[in-house]
Write a new protein. Structure first.
Length: 314
């Protein structure tokens, strides 16, 4: 089983182009399952993939559920096992995928937090000091809100990725896929101000590639550091601190509020399918009704009244 897990992780990294964090997540889930298979399911220390059955996986998920694992965690771990055994069927000649027969746990439906436009504007104003870190942090916040970038995409930005004249930036998303997205003039000016302050503050030799956002030691900022920056500034908001993902969601939601096309938002977010964008964004019920009334030829109240029999209309 260890050899099969190693082969799967190499497949993710080399052929799928998965990020290191994604590979680590898959590895953690599979190691946890392997430990259960060895200790709790009586398969012994030398578990083979073909020894795993539907009952083994069901018992594993049941043990996690009794320990209080969230439904979202159970769903992710089952998805990991499905992908692992699917790989073994396609590349290693395994006959069946025991994880395919199990249903994904029903997940609670909830809408992720979104900043209001006033909250987003207030957040952009938070880094307002004369220090280099204030220039950098404001550029980070403006870039998130202007592009809808993932945190990994933002920290991966290089100076050559920003086209100042055209107002676009190249982002490298999941699976190393590149996309070009618009970036607003306010964000561009914030980045320029930061880079100008950086050039005054330090004298460094040219690097290839040159990151846009640097830490205090002159190296590329990490995703964890950026998350801490966003959390620190957003803690002053009435609703409390938020993550970079909330800024991404706010970007998409505010575009929808202003009438942007859903497929255009899909392209900007880098989603492979429109269904992901639909789940990721939302509109309030009154906004949906307003769009319906404005767009449908028979949706207006007068049209509806004319269409109904008089008795029913009263």
């Amino acid at each position: 089983m260890d050899r099969a897990i190693g082969a799967f992780l190499r497949f993710l990294e080399l052929r799928r182009g998965a990020s290191q964090s994604t590979v680590r997540s898959y590895a953690s889930d599979l190691r946890q399952f392997l430990a259960f298979a060895r200790d709790a399911s009586r398969l012994g220390p030398r578990v083979r993939p073909q020894d795993v059955t539907v009952e083994t996986i069901r018992a594993y998920l049941g043990s996690l559920d009794r320990r209080g694992e969230k439904k979202t965690s159970l769903a992710r771990k089952l998805s990991t096992l499905r992908s692992f055994f699917r790989f073994l069927r396609q590349d290693e000649g395994m006959q069946e995928n025991p994880a395919e027969e199990l249903r994904t746990p029903k997940l609670p439906k909830h809408l992720p937090r979104t900043l209001t436009k006033d909250e987003a504007n207030a957040l952009m104003q938070c880094p307002n000091g004369p220090s280099l870190s204030s220039f950098r942090d404001r550029a980070i916040l403006e870039t998130f809100y202007s592009t809808g970038a993932r945190v990994s995409e933002l920290v991966g930005m290089n100076r050559e990725d920003v086209s100042w004249a055209e107002g676009v930036v190249r982002l490298r998303g999941k699976g190393n896929k590149e996309r070009i997205v618009p970036i607003g003039s306010v964000a561009i000016e914030a980045i320029k101000d930061y880079l100008a302050a950086l050039s005054r503050d330090t004298a460094r030799g040219a690097r290839q590639p040159e990151p846009v956002f640097l830490n205090n030691r002159g190296g590329r900022l990490t995703a964890r550091s950026v998350a801490r920056i966003v959390a620190a500034y957003s803690s002053h908001l009435p609703g409390g601190q938020v993550s970079p993902h909330v800024l991404r969601h706010s970007f998409a939601t505010h575009l929808l509020d202003e009438g942007a096309d859903l497929r255009a938002i899909q392209e900007m977010l880098g989603h492979a399918s429109l269904s992901t964008t639909q789940k990721y964004t939302h509109l309030a019920a009154d906004q949906l009704m307003a769009v319906y009334d404005r767009a449908h030829p028979r949706a207006g109240r007068m049209a509806l009244a004319k269409a109904l029999p008089k008795k029913a209309a009263r």
